[in-house]
Design a protein around this ligand. Structure first.
Ligand SMILES: Nc1ncnc2c1ncn2[C@@H]1O[C@H](COP(=O)(O)OP(=O)(O)O)[C@@H](O)[C@H]1O
Ligand SMILES: [Mg+2]
Length: 300
């Protein structure tokens, strides 16, 4: 039988959805480079987390990915970003606006409508989409963020978590292939945070490519395919959560970032000579399995 090689094409052979090469940026008013020689790829359907101290350049990187830098915010940009195969410097901002959705930290500042439906219609109306198209999209979009019963709710009555899910829904109205979320849960209470993470996980399962800046390291470790660590505008590390937290030293050394509690506890056991390094994991279920076996005496 003839070998069907196209079915076993590896991820690495496929052009990434986001490709960043040697990206540096300095704001017009600034006197230092805020991003310095950053390169990474994000493949279709992946979720890449970004962590870093305040001022590390995370939001600036998001603005670059969305094309707001250089189109709306000026400065000196060098290097290249291809978003969905298009060079962000060369393609008009309106094109990127449709294909790349963005959600910011503050839920209040992103709401423009008096009620949910009005809010969702605002973006597409501005781009002169046909009203019947807009209306047709609202129901499915609200289901995707689990707000299906809220179409006529006044926006001021929504909780923080609901507001952030509405902001995600607004982005989804444009049917973006890439979604960038810049600290979407840092102003939410634990319930709101959990709701938003559940929504993000659903979107990931639906095939959306996602860049997620967040400090919530436990949640990020569970959901991210990779985590990028930014420090002073430089990419310090880019790896899977499993690899990062098997050697959590760089996270532990830097005061600004926590390690998932399970990984930290396992790291402690390793330091005490009780656990092998390759058993350390940031995933709770995996850790429970390993520690359970260890306590029963059939581990190490
Ligand atoms: N419009 C601007 N002009 C000049 N400097 C800026 C501007 N916006 C942000 N910065 C500076 O860029 C650095 C990185 O900011 P930012 O990207 O917001 O970091 P983070 O999101 O990681 O906290 C900070 O030192 C900040 O003061
Ligand atoms: Mg920021």
């Amino acid at each position: 039988m003839k070998k069907r090689t196209w079915e076993v094409r590896r991820m690495d052979d496929v052009e990434p959805v986001i490709k960043v090469r040697g990206l540096s940026f300095r704001y017009r008013m600034g006197d230092t480079d805020i991003l310095r020689d950053i390169s990474f790829d994000v493949h279709k359907g992946q979720l890449v987390g970004i962590v870093g101290a305040s001022g590390a350049g995370k939001s600036t990187l998001c603005l670059c990915l969305k094309g707001l830098i250089p189109h709306a915010v000026g400065g000196k940009l060098t290097g290249d970003i291809w978003m969905l195969g298009k060079h962000t410097r060369e393609v008009p901002a309106e094109v990127l606006a449709q294909e790349v959705g963005m959600v910011f930290q503050d839920p209040e500042s992103q709401i423009v409508g008096m009620n949910v439906m009005e809010d969702l219609a605002f973006g597409p109306e501005n781009l002169e989409h046909a009203p019947e198209d807009i209306i047709r999209r609202i129901g499915p979009v609200l289901s995707r963020v689990n707000l299906q019963d809220f179409m006529h709710r006044e926006t001021y009555k929504l909780s923080g978590g609901q507001k952030q899910r509405l902001a995600i829904a607004s982005a989804l109205m444009m049917e973006p292939k890439v979604l960038i979320l810049d600290e979407p849960t840092s102003e939410l209470d634990p319930i709101g945070k959990e709701e938003v993470y559940r929504t993000i996980a659903d979107l990931k399962r639906g095939g959306v490519t996602i860049v997620l800046v967040d400090h919530a390291v436990e949640e990020l470790a569970e959901i991210a395919d990779r985590i990028l660590v930014l420090e002073d505008g430089q990419l310090l590390a880019d790896d899977t959560p499993a690899n990062h937290f098997r050697h959590p030293e760089i996270f532990l050394e830097k005061g600004w970032l926590r390690v998932p509690q399970v990984a930290e506890a396992m790291h402690g056991l390793k330091q005490a000579g009780l656990l092998r390094e390759d058993a350390i994991t940031p995933y709770e279920q995996e850790a429970a399995g390993t520690l359970g076996a260890w306590l029963r005496g059939d581990g190490e």
